[in-house]
Design a protein around this ligand. Structure first.
Ligand code: CP
Ligand code: NVA
Length: 303
């Protein structure tokens, strides 16, 4: 049984193979070439948190692959009233061919996979966002030709996005730096993983030091979903420093890309001028959620 729970579970080679398939599926979609690899298959999509991109790209992606997506709001499911995830997993496995889940705890996704008997795909947890990073890697490779040897710099909270970018970036041959305030470092598990890559990884407090000679600058919100109550406190630690602005971009390599998983807060983690100057990259990245996830779906669910 194949699951897509976190990038730590995949080798660089396996990630690249999925990116190759994503490129092929994008080509086929753009040229009207049918690719119904999942004809007759069903995907349940459980959402415990809000979503625009993930929901729409999975739903449309399943349709384009010949399958059927079911949107399952956790608020309307018994899981939202306390039915154990172990039972939900065993019931849904009898109806569906795959599950995509967006939730809080990574442990819930892992338990769903352990107790179910169908592929489980992580559509974001507090720990990681592997589907987003597949689209990010695809976008960088499309623009730069290859990933090997590039420098990716993340500015902001050591959150789910930072975690998946560190793992995905290092595994595919990039060097990765992150600049975050003290107290907002990525978790130990991720830092231990990154340590194995020696000087290909760097953790900084000063964004400009981290961004020096970067080929890609990436940022994300200061307060993630579920951290709404901490937003004001977090803003005090991040404001005015952990912001992708023209001054930060002055130390990067020429033709440095700027990516953002979205939604973006202009004037907080990114200025409006930098966002608009890189809007074509950022919205290509958003589109690539569709193609990259179709590759994940086919890899996990095709017989
Ligand atoms: N980037 C991302 O996952 O967007 P949504 O929250 O809209 O799904
Ligand atoms: N870190 C953000 C990512 C949203 C796609 C969050 O978890 O809310």
């Amino acid at each position: 049984m194949k699951h897509f729970l976190k990038l730590l579970d995949y080798s660089g080679k396996e990630i690249i193979e999925m990116l190759n398939l994503a490129d092929q599926l994008k080509y086929e979609q753009k040229h009207g070439i049918e690719h119904k690899h999942l004809a007759g298959k069903t995907l349940g999509m459980i959402f415990q948190k809000a979503s625009t991109r993930t929901r729409v790209s999975f739903e449309v992606g399943m349709y384009q692959l010949g399958g059927y997506p079911l949107f399952l709001s956790a608020n309307d499911m018994q899981i939202g009233r306390g039915e154990p995830v172990q039972d939900t997993a065993r019931v849904l496995s009898r109806f569906l061919d795959g599950i995509m889940i967006r939730t809080f705890e990574q442990a819930e996704v892992e338990t769903l996979a352990e107790y179910g008997s169908i592929p489980v795909i992580n559509g974001l947890t507090d720990f990681c966002h592997p589907c987003q990073v597949m689209a990010d890697l695809m976008t960088i490779r499309e623009s730069k030709g290859s990933l090997e040897g590039l420098k990716l710099c993340f500015i902001g909270d050591g959150n789910n996005m930072a975690n998946s970018l560190i793992v995905g970036g290092l595994k595919t041959g990039m060097s990765v730096t992150i600049a975050c305030p003290e107290g907002y470092d990525p978790p130990k598990e991720i830092l231990d993983f990154a340590k194995e890559y020696g000087d290909k990884f760097g953790l900084y407090r000063d964004p400009k030091e981290a961004a020096k000679n970067a080929d890609v600058v990436y940022t994300d919100v200061w307060a993630s979903m579920g951290q709404e109550e901490e937003a004001q406190l977090r803003a005090k630690s991040f404001a005015g420093i952990y912001c992708v602005d023209a001054d930060l971009m002055s130390v990067t390599n020429k033709d440095c890309m700027v990516l953002h998983c979205l939604p973006a807060h202009r004037g907080e983690e990114i200025t409006a001028d930098v966002f608009e100057a890189h809007a074509s990259e950022i919205f290509e990245e958003a589109e690539n959620r569709l193609h990259a996830q179709k590759a994940v779906l086919v890899t996990m669910m095709k017989d």
